[in-house]
Design a protein around this ligand. Structure first.
Ligand code: SF4
Length: 462
């Protein structure tokens, strides 16, 4: 009888010098907050208290200095101050949980610091701002059918219930609306009072049975009083044609203590039960950009939602240079989310063309290379898609580009549906829509073209 040998004769696959070595090297733990000067006497009970987290959220450079003591280098403090005065599109708001995931021994190079506490020296000085960058770069407000309700896709909508978050991210795509005004950005405000707005949103959704999917967002739903959120979502669940509800909260990662409070847990449990009874898929979408930010408390909060019957907890991160734009950083994050917290890596968006974001943004071809490099490591269902959110189009996978001028960094995209603002535009489906790579990533010829034409192009952009 012949015996056949199989793979046991081969070199183990992990010894082949793979570009990415699983498992991630980073340990999974809650960093010790007492290592931080201002929190050396903070107890576990205080740390796990959502009210304590909110009360001690860092809101100014002065508070940051007091908290970190000599761990905050003077050079960084000066650069943060200059950024606040001249570049920042978001005000400072960082919960203790997030600060605790930073490497306070090297804050200049820490990826979480890099996007939550942007410094002037981080930003580009040649082209800090793409000539085509704009506030509300995705034109969400243009597509409001009710104030705060964006109807861009045929079957799904985005409901912005509020305009605040427990944390403000430097790269926020809704910088036009979300958070407090900064020295350089006067924020837009909702005109209609919140209860009336919510009622109008629900009314619109009841009247449009082609909508099956609602993203309940903001801002961040973690800033809405639990009863108000429950009332809104509960009514949504009762609308017969709504099949999918996704609650959007970066707070699940930034302040998991919020979701671990009794009132919030009971509210989430009631909603999950009700959603199941009505055959609606209820999920939570969070926003984690680096593996450092996934800690046992985050995992515990996510697990509670899954135990209640949430269909899923998914992650929608943002690709940010200096934070996560290497295949190793992305895979570390995805595996940590999946293995440690049962959070599904779902999407990574390219950073949008908002003002002063050039240093974070990457080119489409870089995103394509990243997508290529992360394939084959994760299970297919958990391999995130990298997306370009193309103005007036919506999400496109980065390989869906129709045409690409690499010299000027202009990619052209098409779409297969009309948004609400194109009712009169018979040619909307035959058009090409543009997206722009950061200028400093272009070849010399492209950079020169933009230097010569920036002013002209910027005028036509607004
Ligand atoms: S949590 Fe989301 S909406 Fe809030 S500041 Fe960050 S990116 Fe913007």
């Amino acid at each position: 009888m012949s015996t056949q040998t199989f793979a046991t004769d081969h070199t183990p696959v992990e010894s082949l010098g793979q570009p990415y070595a699983y498992p991630p090297k980073r340990e999974f733990y809650e960093p010790d907050w007492t290592r931080i000067h201002g929190w050396k006497n903070v107890t576990r009970e205080e740390w796990e208290d959502a009210m304590w987290q909110r009360k001690n959220t860092v809101k100014s450079l002065k508070e940051l200095k007091e908290l970190l003591g000599d761990k905050l280098p003077d050079s960084l403090a000066e650069s943060l101050q200059k950024d606040i005065e001249t570049r920042a599109t978001m005000s400072m708001l960082v919960p203790p949980q997030m600060i605790n995931t930073m490497n306070i021994d090297d804050l200049w190079n820490d990826p979480v610091r890099h996007y939550m506490l942007p410094a002037f020296a981080d930003r580009r000085t040649d082209f800090p701002n793409h000539p085509k960058a704009s506030r509300d770069s995705l034109h969400e407000a243009d597509m409001w059918v009710v104030e705060g309700l964006t109807h861009r896709y045929p079957t799904k909508v985005l409901a912005e219930l509020l305009s605040t978050c427990p944390q403000y991210c430097g790269h926020c795509t809704r910088m036009d609306l979300v958070g407090n005004s900064t020295p350089t950005v006067q924020k837009v405000r909702f005109n209609i009072k919140q209860p009336e707005r919510h009622r109008m949103i629900l009314q619109y959704l009841k009247e449009h049975n082609a909508i099956r999917d609602v993203v309940v967002s903001g801002g961040d739903i973690a800033n809405l009083p639990p009863q108000q959120l429950e009332d809104f979502v509960s009514e949504l669940i009762e609308i017969p044609h709504i099949r999918d509800i996704r609650l959007a909260s970066k707070g699940l990662m930034a302040i998991p203590q919020h979701f671990l409070q009794g009132t919030v847990l009971r509210s989430m449990e009631r909603l999950a039960k009700k959603a199941r009874k009505h055959d609606v898929d209820l999920a939570l979408h969070t926003h984690v950009n680096h593996a450092q930010q996934v800690t046992p408390l985050v995992a515990e909060a996510a697990q509670m939602l899954l135990d209640f019957g949430f269909r899923d907890v998914r992650n929608q991160g943002v690709l940010l240079r200096g934070v996560n734009t290497t295949s190793e950083a992305l895979l570390d994050l995805c595996f940590t989310l999946l293995d440690r917290a049962h959070i599904m890596p779902y999407y990574f968006y390219m950073c949008d063309m908002i003002p002063n974001s050039e240093h974070w943004r990457i080119a489409v071809h870089e995103a394509q290379a990243l997508q290529h490099d992360i394939m084959g490591y994760m299970p297919g269902y958990a391999t995130p898609r990298l997306l370009c959110d193309v103005p007036f189009v919506g999400k496109r996978w980065v390989h869906q580009v129709a045409e690409y001028d690499r010299d000027r960094g202009v990619s052209y995209w098409t779409k297969n549906y009309r948004t609400t603002i194109e009712a009169e535009d018979g040619g909307a489906l035959n058009k090409r829509y543009e997206y722009y790579d950061p200028i400093y990533t272009l070849p010399t010829i492209g950079q020169e073209w933009w230097r010569e034409n920036a002013e002209k192009e910027a005028v036509t952009a607004h």
